[in-house]
Design a protein around this ligand. Structure first.
Ligand code: ADP
Ligand code: MG
Length: 724
């Protein structure tokens, strides 16, 4: 038997250079590369006649359906552009409830009767597609006998070219719905929620006298955290391959305690990977801005500049895809899982969210004038009310089996949704509540206490890293979303709950105006009332502290540490009513979503349970027994052994017994499903399978620390996290 591991640490550390395809050096300037593979509206305009362009432009701006009379012309222009870019196929690109993206490629090629072929793409193929929907999760919305699902072009998100090693495909962003018109995807409700937010915010802007504004939408910038490990290790760990996270692994002697990784210099191999990925993302028109090392060893972050939230959500999916694909070029694997490694930081996806007008005003940015600040305080108060009223929804929007390892597991952010405003902004609202306004008697400006208001600091100085929902000067940062999830649903929830709160505030002001109160007083009274009722959600302290957990409970805030506890709330009367009142999700649609989320939870843990059993039984235990056999032989050779052999044999055989014991229990739990309903199955996973897996892991991790290295079948944390 070979005395070396099957996995080779040295080759992992050394050989990547040989097969890495280096990033195309930027021979062209960024300006030339940027959005080169995107069918921008500029590109389209150049290819269409004026009347066709005008009609299409109206469609794109309103997000309405395209005039069938121009569809063929537009399709032809799109195809011509795509052919010039080297595309041979097109696909409707959509986002089913799995959270990833789906595509079904069709060729442009159409054989002709004379044995030749032409390229063809018709308006009807652009507008609507009909992929077989039966294999996508629908939560019961689409019975299998009625498998049809439709994809419909989203003209508000530009088409783009996806390249692979020897070809390219035209991707057309689409929504995906059942034949009854029910949303089967994540994009449709997002688009609907944008419409609500627009309507509500425009109504409010009118109250402020802003008739100039004709559109308000949410803006989103997403920070993506991820790990990179050598593929040599990845493919030798079936737990990583099957479940995306390590189900075994003793903590290495060195973790992140030296804190030397965060913002540290980026290793050459990783930087080359980043440059390559960024180059591709630039071509896709994704404005990547930031890259750096994250807190844990082997962990990194990438973030683009913010964009309109529909496009930002599409781009976020592309970022994940490009990161995963590009890593392989460098002999690396990109892990997007929320908690690939126990004992070191997990990965999140911070969703930075704000609202802006088509006149260029960021509604969550303190302004230069008292008038701008009133607008700011109004919209900020709407967010405060929204987050407090719908803590449960925000929490549920990020609920998943992998994210449970972050939220509620002593990691940032905690499972209690609270809001960080910063001391200065909190003080301003406190003053409004107490009616003190500014320090000056001249309460001049609109009774809101002028000397204070106009000087709202632009950068609310202090930062807080433990808050799940933090004000960061001109936007809110929702830190609870998981690194592998689609951001569409969290954004949909944010848009909807803030729209509802804006309406509540507007109604309050309008009612007061009717009673002949001045606008200033009406606003002030409204802010006072909203703040007083919802300020319990504001917490500027340390979100980790046990003290906060007790305090939050006193305040009546929800603490939902697990997916199952959070998902219960998704279909509460309050929430189904909110979604249906705003036309974002019907009762059936929200129930279907909850069902898919329960199902995914159940399946995820089920796969982990089976994988744990499998790896422990077929890899770890045989290694342990082999080592015991070696030790027994040594003992015989030494005529009864020595202190060292006796001790080691004792240690290893005890560990082996523990492992075997835990494994028996896990096997029993894996065989059982816990019940017939999805909820019962999910609960069985949470209550029985997860603890049983953990017991197996504990026994195995203890063994890993005492076993002969050569008999340990899996690459360890010290290899995976530190070989670069
Ligand atoms: P930090 O790591 O300090 O939280 P980053 O600079 O890494 O911040 O990321 C901040 C993100 O917030 C970026 O994607 C940025 O474009 C985005 N952002 C900035 N302004 C807005 C805004 N008005 N709306 C939405 N996102 C914004
Ligand atoms: Mg951040």
């Amino acid at each position: 038997m070979s005395s070396f591991h099957e996995f080779d640490v040295i080759s992992a550390a050394r050989t990547w250079r040989n097969d890495a395809t280096t990033a195309p050096l930027p021979t062209s300037t960024l300006k030339d590369v940027f959005a080169d593979d995107v069918l921008t509206s500029d590109q389209l305009r150049q290819r269409l006649s004026k009347p066709v362009w005008k009609s299409l432009q109206a469609t794109m701006e309103k997000g309405s359906t395209i005039d069938p009379a121009i569809a063929d012309t537009v399709a032809l222009a799109m195809m011509t552009w795509a052919l010039e870019k080297g595309a041979t196929h097109y696909t409707h690109w959509f986002q089913p409830l799995t959270g990833s993206t789906a595509e079904k490629h069709d060729s442009f090629v159409m054989p002709t009767s004379d044995g030749n072929a032409i390229a063809q793409f018709h308006g009807k193929e652009l507008i609507q597609g009909e992929p077989d929907a039966s294999s996508f999760p629908s939560g019961g919305l689409r019975a299998t006998f009625e498998a049809r699902g439709y994809t419909a072009w989203d003209p508000t998100s530009p088409a783009f070219i996806m390249r692979h090693t020897n070809g390219a495909t035209l991707c057309i962003p689409t929504a995906f719905a059942s034949w009854t018109g029910e949303a089967l995807d994540l994009k449709t409700p997002l688009l609907r929620s944008l419409e609500c937010l627009n309507t509500s915010a425009l109504r409010a802007m009118k109250l402020f006298g802003h008739d100039d504004v004709s559109k308000v939408s949410s803006t989103v910038g997403v920070e993506q955290e991820y790990f990179l490990i050598d593929e040599e290790f990845y493919f030798r760990r079936s737990d990583l391959v099957m479940s995306g996270r390590t189900l075994f692994g003793a903590k290495p002697p060195r973790g992140q305690e030296l804190e030397d990784h965060y913002f540290g210099s980026i290793p050459d191999r990783v930087l080359s990977f980043m440059a390559d990925a960024e180059h591709q993302l630039y071509k896709l028109g994704i404005p990547i801005r930031t890259r750096h090392n994250e807190v844990a060893p082997g962990q990194y972050e990438v973030a683009p500049l913010f964009e309109g939230s529909n496009i930002a959500a599409d781009h976020q999916q592309l970022i994940m895809q490009v990161l995963k694909n590009t890593a392989r070029k460098f002999g690396l694997v990109c892990l997007l899982h929320e908690k690939p490694f126990a004992g070191v930081n997990g990965s999140g996806k911070h969703v930075n969210w704000s609202m802006s007008t088509d006149t260029g005003l960021n509604l969550l940015e303190p302004g230069e004038t008292p008038h701008e600040n009133m607008i700011f305080l109004f919209f900020c108060a709407a967010v405060i009310r929204a987050v407090d009223t719908h803590q449960d929804l925000l929490r549920a929007s990020v609920a998943s089996a992998p994210n449970d390892h972050r939220l509620g597991a002593n990691e940032a952010p905690p499972a209690i949704i609270s809001m960080f405003l910063g001391d200065q902004l909190t003080e301003i609202y406190d003053r409004i509540e107490s009616g003190k306004g500014g320090s000056s008697k001249r309460a001049g400006l609109l009774g809101l206490g002028s000397p204070v208001l106009p000087t709202i600091p632009r950068h609310a100085g202090d930062r807080n890293r433990t808050s799940p929902f933090a004000f960061t000067g001109n936007k809110f940062e929702f830190r609870a979303p998981g690194s592998s999830q689609s951001v569409s649903f969290p954004i949909t929830v944010l848009n909807t709950i803030v729209a509802e709160s804006i309406d509540a505030l507007s109604r309050s002001i309008e009612a007061r105006l009717k009673k002949k109160q001045s606008f200033e007083v009406a606003l002030q009274e409204t802010l006072r009332e909203v703040y007083a009722s919802h300020k319990r959600i504001i917490f500027n302290g340390d979100g980790y502290a046990a003290k906060w957990h007790r305090e939050a409970e006193k305040r009546g805030l929800l603490n939902l540490p697990t997916t199952l506890s959070a998902l219960q709330h998704l279909t509460s009367t309050k929430n189904t009513k909110l979604f249906s009142d705003y036309g974002v999700l019907s009762h059936r649609e929200i129930e279907a979503r909850a069902e898919v989320m329960y199902d995914q939870y159940f399946k995820t843990v089920n796969i982990e349970g089976e994988t744990t059993e499998w790896v422990a039984q077929t890899q770890i235990l045989p290694g342990v027994l082999q080592y015991l056999q070696d030790l027994a032989q040594t003992s015989v050779a030494l005529h009864g052994g020595s202190l060292a052999t006796t001790r080691t044999i004792e240690q290893i055989s005890q560990g082996a017994d523990q492992l075997s014991h835990a494994l028996e229990h896990l096997r029993a739990m894996n065989l059982e499903l816990g019940g017939d309903t999805l909820l019962e199955k999910a609960e069985h996973m949470h209550e029985n399978v997860l603890p049983a897996m953990l017991a197996v892991r504990k026994a195995a991790d203890q063994l890993e620390r005492v076993m002969a290295y050569k008999h340990w079948p899996l690459p360890g944390y010290r290899e995976m996290l530190f070989v670069k």
